[in-house]
Design a protein around this ligand. Structure first.
Ligand code: F6R
Length: 592
């Protein structure tokens, strides 16, 4: 992960600090800046947040060229020494890096053998030293030689004392380049530079960038120029701020965003695949990571009730290495809020190479994933800042459910009446969720009981099981309470051994066909003295109920997750956790 930035501009220091604040969602273990002033590079870095860095900077820090970094630690513990930027051993270069240099150990070994001292445990520092080693009077040549030694994923921004240029090297990690009338911006995320840049370009893989006041040039790793297109972008609004926590604000936005997602789906023409493609499809993959995977899991369970072709949810990092069959009969929905998740992008690349049709379902239509896929749809959740994803999950479910309903209809496995019923029923979801949010006091009270649990198990059956998975993920990532999700029937095959006083079980019981079955599971755990909470529109014995409104049976997942999002939030708050930036995590996971 990590956020990288570089600029040549009149306000380089201020612009870098602003950009780092915007990039902090990509990692907040440490932050740093290196500013070129005359012949020297002045470098400052610190463990912790950008605000710590800002507080430490001298008031006379000035320069027109700067690079900056926010870190999510991969190699080496969280400390100032492992923070970026890194100087080369002669202090003539400084670099920031996002990604993983997979061959860094052998590079480090050779550099150390030739007398170079390393100041950090990171893979990234090798890049700075290689640049110094290869410099023989031509910075571009040193960058080309260095780029050719690196294996893995990297977006690296480089400044040197030798000229006024910024250089960058890109393979598999995101790097966008923005230009103004007399400056340039290099960054991991378009959103963080679009307030300044008039035009931006998405840098392709295996490309070197050279930027200065008069423009930007692109070269291949062979040093030959390559053409890259710039496009206009809308100016981003200033970074959003919030009184309180983004996570709560984003949960409160769910009703509106769910309405917006459906409207957006209709406006953009929906599934919009040629009839020939639809007829060929024999297999559908729903691929994503974390919350995005859970949305695939949920929609697969719903879709199996509408169509008889294979609908298979897969975790992206598993898809890459396993032998899931892909051919021209395959349609894959690649689900990603950020569109920058490395595993999901790799899966998309593999599916395309093998002849499958790739369809990005994302909140960021300008993302790397969108450029890799054959087709893109916007889930219309609007910017999500809290690391724990909430409203994006609900919007993924809305968009995917509509896509799969249209697919089932076009394939003739459901009729027009059923299709229209699902579409119409979507319109009632916003007010059902509004009702849950307006009754949130009871959930906040329950959080007081849940917060001291020794463990929390979430259970559900069929389409309620993915909701259990998402509830469990949300709780563990922001409260740090150990939590797992199970299909309810699995408890008796081992996990029942853990049931005792102090354990909480949260059952999701929205599937009326399976109410008796889930009620038996609830009774089994209650008998073993676990506290049981049940999210349901019905009545269930032996449990404290969180009642939700009745909605269309295929759409419960979009609604029943909301009390779980709220419960996680309130539990984490009661435990004094940093809900928007939980430990060890980042919003965008750009390493495999
Ligand atoms: C959990 C969470 C993560 C993301 C996952 C994929 O709350 O946010 O599990 O869902 O890292 O991210 P995207 O959707 O950006 O690909």
């Amino acid at each position: 992960m990590c956020g990288i930035f570089g600029t040549i501009s009149d306000n380089a220091v201020n612009d870098t600090l602003k950009a780092l604040k915007c990039l902090e969602y990509r990692g907040y273990d440490s932050a740093g800046i290196a500013v070129k002033n005359g012949k020297d590079i002045r470098l400052f870095k610190t463990a912790g947040r950008v605000e710590n860095l800002q507080a430490d900077l001298p008031s006379d820090l000035y320069g027109c060229t700067a690079i900056g970094h926010t870190r999510w630690a991969t190699h080496g513990e969280v400390c100032a020494n492992n923070a970026h930027p890194f100087y080369s051993y002669d202090r003539n270069f400084a670099v920031v890096h996002n990604g993983i240099i997979e061959n860094y150990l052998s590079l480090k070994y050779n550099l150390t053998a030739s007398g170079v001292n390393f100041t950090s445990q990171t893979d990234s520092e090798t890049v700075a030293h290689l640049l110094a080693k290869y410099y023989e009077g031509d910075v571009l040549q040193a960058v080309v030689s260095t780029a050719n030694r690196l294996q893995g994923s990297f977006a690296i921004v480089i400044e040197s004392v030798y000229d006024g240029n910024l250089y960058a090297v890109k393979n598999k990690s995101p790097l966008v380049v923005g230009v103004t009338d007399n400056g340039a911006y290099l960054c991991s995320d378009i959103r963080c530079i679009s307030r300044w840049a008039d035009k931006v370009a998405v840098t392709p893989d295996n490309v070197i960038v050279v930027a200065n006041r008069s423009g930007v040039k692109f070269y291949g790793f062979d040093g030959e120029p390559v053409p890259v297109k710039f496009f206009s972008v809308d100016k981003a609004e200033e970074e959003a701020s919030v009184d309180g926590d983004f996570m709560l604000k984003e949960i409160m936005e769910v009703p509106d965003k769910v309405r917006q997602a459906k409207k957006g789906y209709i406006e953009c023409g929906g599934l919009n695949l040629p009839a020939k493609t639809v007829h060929r499809i024999k297999r559908v993959y729903l691929v994503g990571c974390g919350t995005a995977y859970n949305s695939g899991l949920e929609v697969a369970a719903v879709s199996r009730q509408m169509m008889d072709i294979d609908v298979i949810p897969v975790i992206a990092s598993e898809f890459i290495y396993d032998s899931y069959p892909v051919d021209s009969y395959t349609l894959a929905f690649l689900i990603s809020q950020s569109g920058e998740t490395a595993d999901t992008i790799r899966a998309a690349e593999r599916i395309r190479q093998q002849g499958g049709f790739t369809y990005a379902v994302t909140n960021t239509v300008t993302s790397s994933l969108s450029f890799v896929c054959d087709k893109v749809i916007n889930i219309r959740a609007d910017a999500e800042y809290a690391v724990a994803s909430t409203k994006a999950y609900n919007c993924q479910l809305v968009t995917l459910t509509l896509l799969m309903t249209d697919l089932a209809y076009l394939k003739g496995t459901i009729g027009e009446e059923t299709r229209n019923k699902v579409f119409d029923a979507m319109d009632g979801l916003g007010s059902a969720i509004d009702k849950i949010l307006s009754d949130s006091y009871e959930i906040s009270r329950l959080a007081e009981e849940v917060k001291d649990s020794s463990a929390v198990f979430f259970i559900g059956k069929r389409a309620d099981y993915p909701t259990a998975c998402e509830g469990s993920l949300k709780l563990k990532e922001i409260s740090y309470i150990h939590s797992e999700a199970y299909p309810a029937g699995e408890l008796k095959h081992g996990t029942l051994a853990l049931m005792e006083q102090g354990v909480t079980v949260i059952a999701i019981a929205c599937d009326s066909d399976l109410l008796d079955k889930i009620a038996s599971s609830v009774s089994e755990v209650a008998t073993r003295k676990a506290r049981v909470i049940c999210v349901t529109p019905y009545s269930v014995d032996n449990a404290t109920l969180i009642k939700i409104p009745v909605v269309n049976r295929l759409l419960y997942g979009i609604v029943s997750v909301v009390p779980l999002q709220l419960l996680s939030y309130y539990v984490a708050k009661r435990l004094n956790r940093d809900v928007d930036k939980p430990r060890n995590l980042a919003k965008s996971v750009t390493v495999e």
